[in-house]
Design a binder for this molecule. Structure first.
Ligand code: HDE
Length: 714
């Protein structure tokens, strides 16, 4: 993990140089209009006399207001809320056995990337901690053109065919008559759809798990989801699934924290990413390939083309082939994070698609959406979207064209322009599609091999630890409990019972209903029974693997505490030596201790030294920190004990299973909270070593505490 102090702003990569020519900064410059005319007054409009009417001729006023009036562009229909960062990708080992794509064969390259993380359902201004899938899109600016890996933080998707995407999104978005709820799936229309469309259940159970409420965008996995193809120099194809594995481990918050973070800091994830990069705590992910040879395509109990299925890592291991580091924040949110245009169809030679019907539909959708969002087929000319290699073709004109194409010819073949731009095959070979043999009838049908809707949700649930299972049950109970139609709730119980009967029982108890023994076939009910429908019913549940380790977060930890935020609760008179010792050791490991005091400004330690307060108790919340430390100091403790908020800090951290360390008099604060019942807890440290405290922080949470801690009324 890199640990240099500050992100660099000098052009550091070919993409950075390419962006540099478009950057503008007004420092030490004279203000002008957009036409370059110097401006003397930007506070007053031109009037007929001091108190007279404003004159239409005021071009300075007109330009300023007109530009302002048109500042907004449509937000993305999905993934509207996002945060981005620049970085680079480095390859560990040449992968030429599988692909001729140079980013995966040339270990000397440092390929620039831009990554955008997002939530799916909410608007651009919605809260970061919504229970939702996270988008994980990476734009690789390779020397052979742009490759976009447009994935999510869950390895599967809700639907199998692009045709269903508008239905899925209409169901999850706010209900159209009242535009409620924002960035939340807990409502009737979503569960109406989910319970009638059982192919959604696999992705849905992931959304009910902790994966949907990450601690940080830096602590989540990424997945390309679809099966793609890698093509090598010989033209041989291998199937591949792409994985991003975070070096900080995979960690989440609890739902209670997520709800509170909504209020305490709606920008929690965006701020966390920004601050980590500014501090030089550059987030890193390893890229993994899961490779399946062509000849093994049909050896699985599921179809590789079905995007609602993952390939368990026990069946095909993930080979880590390179590493991505994000080391620079954008200069301008709109120009970069908002205007970046991803497309799963942006590929380079050596990669290709499969016939996954969801992927195929996406290939249409992404350019189409940029046309309405960015307003022109020239969106590739926006600085963030420009490839680092040269672009030459006969496409011309359209709204906001910036390229000045020279010459007489804009057609091919031509002789006047010397036949240029010439075709790649005349020089070094361009993109050629994989020559897959096709011999089929044109049909509008779903393959029967896609019919298994329950085996993998069941595998996922079985693979979770007890604490994770409890969270899943609580999430279902919360979400379904928010629905208002009894028939939707019953249908949900019925389908959950097909995944796991014990899970359904817990949810049924929580929402105060019985699991229906029978229910009219939900799909028949919705679309009217006919003979054909029977064919598309979810097939029998299979059990081809008991558990998969990679599905439980318990096995996805790291021992790093880099960038973890630790609240030091203090007031005047705290034990300065104690505080400095713990602070130093935590900082050495990359953690970010913050002094949270009973007041803002500065606090004095027992030696009389002044220390800058990072936040007053009044302005912050326990849920914004990973762990708490209370140093000794009689006077400091007296003051803290008078603050209800200090006790709330401790009680909430206990409830959320976080590490808490208290030294000397600090123990008094523990005694005055629910802490007195948790003195034997494995991650409550009383006058213990910092090394042990560090282990507790790295462990993220002591989930064993949860059963007892959930009774804390915090
Ligand atoms: Fe997307 N998706 N999607 N999607 N998607 C968009 O494109 C769409 C799907 C994903 O940070 C849109 O530029 C269809 C799967 C991410 O800018 C739009 C279907 C996966 C992002 C669109 C899918 C994704 C998008 C909206 C079903 C995971 C954010 C704005 C056929 C593998 C990209 C835009 C960013 C964005 C359509 C399914 C991930 C409308 C039709 C599966 C991460 O084009």
């Amino acid at each position: 993990m890199s640990n240099s102090k500050k992100s660099k702003k000098q052009p550091t990569s070919p993409k950075d140089q390419n962006l540099e020519q478009f950057r503008e900064e007004g420092r030490n410059k004279t203000m002008t209009t957009n036409q370059g005319v110097k401006v003397n007054d930007t506070n007053n409009s031109l009037k007929a006399g001091e108190r007279g009417g404003t004159l239409l001729e005021d071009f300075i006023l007109r330009e300023k207001i007109t530009h302002f009036d048109h500042e907004r562009i449509p937000e993305r229909i999905v993934h509207a809320r996002g945060s981005g960062a620049h970085g680079y990708f480095e390859l560990y080992e040449n992968q030429s056995n599988y692909t001729k794509a140079r980013i995966f064969t040339d270990t000397n390259r440092k390929t620039p990337v831009f990554v955008r993380f997002s939530t799916v359902a909410g608007s651009k201004g919605s809260a970061d901690l919504a229970r939702d899938v996270r988008g994980f899109s990476t734009k690789f600016y390779t020397e052979e053109g742009i490759f976009d890996l447009v994935g999510n933080n869950m390895p599967i998707f809700f639907i199998q065919d692009a045709m269903k995407f508008p239905d899925l999104i209409h169901a999850v978005k706010p209900e159209p008559d009242r535009e409620i709820p924002q960035a939340a799936s807990a409502h009737d229309t979503f569960y109406d759809f989910v319970s009638l469309t059982t192919e959604t259940l696999h992705n849905h159970i992931w959304v009910m798990s902790d994966r949907a409420i990450p601690r940080s965008l830096r602590m989540m996995e990424g997945f390309g989801i679809h099966t793609f193809r890698l093509i090598n120099e010989e033209g041989k194809s291998h199937f591949v699934k792409f994985h991003w594995k975070p070096l900080l481990g995979v960690h989440s918050v609890t739902w209670d924290e997520a709800v509170k973070i909504h209020g305490a800091d709606t920008d929690f994830h965006r701020r966390d990413l920004w601050e980590a990069i500014e501090a030089g705590h550059y987030p890193e992910w390893e890229l993994g390939f899961q490779i399946v040879p062509e000849e093994d395509e049909h050896k699985f109990d599921f179809d590789l083309l079905d995007p609602t299925k993952l390939i368990p890592e026990e069946m095909v291991p993930v080979q880590r082939i390179g590493k991505m580091t994000l080391n620079r924040n954008p200069d301008n949110f709109f120009a970069e994070t908002e205007q970046v245009a991803f497309h799963p169809g942006h590929l380079v030679p050596g990669l290709d698609f499969t016939n996954d019907p969801l992927l195929q539909g996406r290939l249409f959708s992404y350019t189409d959406t940029q046309l309405s969002r960015l307003g022109s087929p020239n969106f590739h000319e926006l600085p963030i979207n420009r490839p680092i290699n040269e672009v030459h073709n006969n496409q011309r004109d359209a709204h906001m064209r910036t390229t000045v194409n020279k010459g007489k010819t804009a057609y091919f073949p031509n002789s006047i322009g010397g036949g240029c731009p010439h075709l790649a095959k005349m020089a070094e070979g361009g993109f050629t599609s994989y020559e897959e043999r096709i011999d089929a009838s044109k049909i509008r049908e779903r393959s029967e091999s896609f019919n298994d809707h329950f085996s993998q949700p069941a595998l996922f649930y079985r693979s979770l630890e007890e604490w994770e299972k409890n969270h899943v049950a609580a999430a279902y109970t919360f979400e379904i409990g928010k629905c208002t139609y009894d028939h939707i709730k019953k249908r949900m119980l019925y389908v959950i019972a097909q995944i796991d009967n014990e899970l359904a029982k817990k949810v049924a108890k929580g929402i105060g209903m019985e699991i229906p023994k029978e229910i009219d076939n939900p799909i028949n009910q919705a679309i009217g029974a006919d003979a054909d429908v029977q064919k598309y019913q979810p097939g029998k549940k299979k059990n081809y693997l008991d558990k998969s380790k990679a599905l439980s977060q318990t096995h996805l930890k790291s021992d790093s505490i880099i960038s973890r935020k630790i609240a030091f609760l203090v007031s005047d008179g705290f034990d300065g030596d104690d505080m400095m010792k713990v602070k130093k050791e935590l900082e050495e490991k990359g953690a970010v201790p913050q002094l949270i005091a009973t007041h803002g400004g500065t606090v004095k330690c027992d030696k009389g030294d002044e220390h800058k307060v990072d936040a007053a108790l009044l302005t912050t919340e326990s849920v914004l920190f990973d762990a708490i430390f209370v140093p000794g100091g009689e006077k400091s403790l007296e003051a803290l004990l008078k603050e209800a908020k200090a006790k709330k800090f401790i009680n909430e951290a206990l409830k959320h299973c976080k590490a808490i360390a208290v030294n000397k008099e600090g123990e008094k604060l523990l005694d005055e909270t629910y802490g007195k019942n948790f003195k034997d807890d494995a991650s409550v440290y009383i006058n213990d070593s910092v090394t042990n405290f560090i282990k507790g922080i790295a462990n993220h949470r002591n989930w064993k505490r949860e059963e007892k801690a959930q009774d804390i009324p915090a």
